[in-house]
Design a protein around this ligand. Structure first.
Ligand code: GLP
Length: 251
């Protein structure tokens, strides 16, 4: 059974399991897609949204064909001193991940990833989002150090926008453990402000390994760049959906 708690003015919906978290998020997304089938979505990768993507592809693929998808990030590597996106089919890459887990079966109208254009021309991806009408719904997760909206590590300015970042060693290690593959060194990621400009956010937190950071995010005296996900406390349409394992330190 779902329960709700409010901490520091933030209402969290706590569901029993990961599967229930994904089901609730899928229902909320589908409710919105029915009203606005041509909506713009901003999406994460990682392990958190996999169950949700599974539900969408199995049960609702037909409903998503008119939506436009923006991804939060993609890995880069340095080749002979030049930074380039990793190849599209790279097994650790996010274009590959999205193709396998969602786009290959949903066949969306349009998909976008932040790319090298953004290194050559600052503001490119944020402008693309803005010129498309902005993000209607963002699905979001966070890493164990509180990085959120892609790869915005502790210390990132709350006014950051899409840019090239070096992925820190901690996150490279965590992602290597999850995927079994070496994590590329760089990424192009949307910024914290890029994500916060979304009209609505579904923020998903699952599992024991997120329990410590979720507690820090909720109990920090005020939002701080040292814990990037605390910025979500400032968003008025952010739905916090967490499972029992992640919420274990909150009670
Ligand atoms: C990864 C991704 C993010 C993701 C986060 C959490 O490194 N760049 O998009 O939200 O870190 O990952 P996970 O869901 O596997 O814990």
């Amino acid at each position: 059974m779902d329960s709700e708690i409010t901490i520091n003015g933030i209402r969290l919906t706590i569901v029993e399991t990961y599967e229930e978290m994904c089901r609730l998020a899928a229902d909320m997304l589908l409710e919105r897609i029915r009203v606005n089938p041509a909506m713009n979505l901003l999406l994460p990768t990682g392990s958190t949204p996999l169950g949700l993507y599974g539900i969408l592809t199995k049960e609702y693929s037909g409903a998503l064909g008119q939506a436009t998808f923006f991804n939060m990030d993609e890995y880069c590597a340095s080749l002979k001193g030049q930074i380039a996106l990793i190849p599209e089919t790279h097994p650790a890459g996010y274009r590959n991940y999205m193709q396998e887990n969602l786009f290959g079966r949903v066949l969306p109208k349009a998909t976008h990833f932040p790319g090298i254009e953004n290194v050559q021309e600052e503001g490119y991806y944020d402008r693309l989002i803005e010129d498309s009408g902005g993000i209607d719904l963002c699905l979001n997760a966070m890493g164990e150090d509180g990085h959120t909206f892609g790869f915005n590590p502790p210390g990132t300015s709350f006014s950051s926008r899409t840019r090239l970042v070096k992925v820190n060693e901690g996150t490279r290690g965590v992602n290597k453990n999850i995927t079994g593959m070496t994590t590329p060194e760089y990424a192009i990621t949307v910024g914290l402000l890029t994500g916060m400009e979304s009209k609505e956010i579904l923020f998903l937190v699952s599992g024991k390994r997120k329990a410590d950071i979720l507690r820090k995010v909720m109990l920090a005296q005020e939002p701080t760049p040292l814990i990037p996900a605390t910025i979500l406390r400032e968003h008025h349409q952010c739905h916090w959906i967490v499972d029992e394992k992640a919420a274990v330190n909150l009670k």
